[in-house]
Write a protein that binds this ligand. Structure first.
Ligand SMILES: Cc1cc2nc3c(=O)[nH]c(=O)nc-3n(C[C@H](O)[C@H](O)[C@H](O)COP(=O)(O)O)c2cc1C
Length: 186
């Protein structure tokens, strides 16, 4: 599969085969692909918590869902969660971010999430990034210190969802060449 095909066939999966566990070697390869992600000044300001123990996993899934709002009610089906915790950036990334007023660490964790979801897809697995969850509850369940931000939870498993067509803005809507206003031109 070439890269464009990999990217176009990755999707957020919200239904998983609960009878089919994810092989540990696949998770290890996904984590290795994540470890190799780029980051500002190579700070690697992240920690990944893999949750695969069934009882804990159920509690973590509960912390992601808000039934009344219809949010993330599918997460109990997922055999694995990977939580992304922000760690301290190194000195150069910290100074650079302060001078340039950019939150490099959040960008880094977004790239980490992209590596994880694409690596999962390359392993034949489905995934869904979750940004909506009860962060204090996650800290409590996973013994994460109070001063750490938990930005994302990524659920992984064997998908039971067929491939959907992508709904995306067209290229001319999101790209311009040689200037912001030169939309559609080349
Ligand atoms: C930062 C971020 C947070 C997200 N949070 C959630 C979430 O809490 N629940 C959910 O079902 N999907 C969540 N998604 C998935 C998006 O809804 C999904 O990526 C988007 O609709 C595009 O669809 P696709 O991933 O299938 O291409 C999140 C995605 C990102 C990048």
């Amino acid at each position: 599969m070439d890269f464009l095909e990999l990217v176009s066939t990755r999707q957020s999966d919200r239904s998983f085969d609960q009878e089919r566990p994810v092989e540990k070697e696949k998770i290890e390869r996904i984590l290795e692909a994540a470890r190799l992600a780029p980051s500002a000044c190579n700070a690697q300001p992240w920690h990944m918590i893999v949750v695969d123990e069934p009882e804990l996993r159920n509690k973590v899934a509960d912390a992601t869902s808000a039934r009344a709002l219809g949010m993330n009610h599918f997460t109990k089906q997922a055999p694995v969660h990977i939580l992304l915790v922000e760690e301290r950036v190194n000195l150069s990334s910290g100074i650079g971010g302060w001078v340039k007023q950019k939150d490099y660490a959040q960008m880094d964790l977004g790239i980490l999430a992209a590596h994880i979801t694409l690596a999962a897809h390359a392993e034949g697995l489905g995934s869904c990034i979750l940004g909506w969850f009860n962060e204090p509850k996650m800290r409590e369940l996973l013994a994460i210190p109070d001063n750490k931000r938990v930005w994302l939870d990524i659920v992984i498993g064997y998908s039971r969802q067929p491939l959907r067509p992508k709904r995306r803005k067209s290229l001319p809507e999101v790209v311009s060449y040689n200037g912001y206003l030169n939309r559609g031109g080349k």
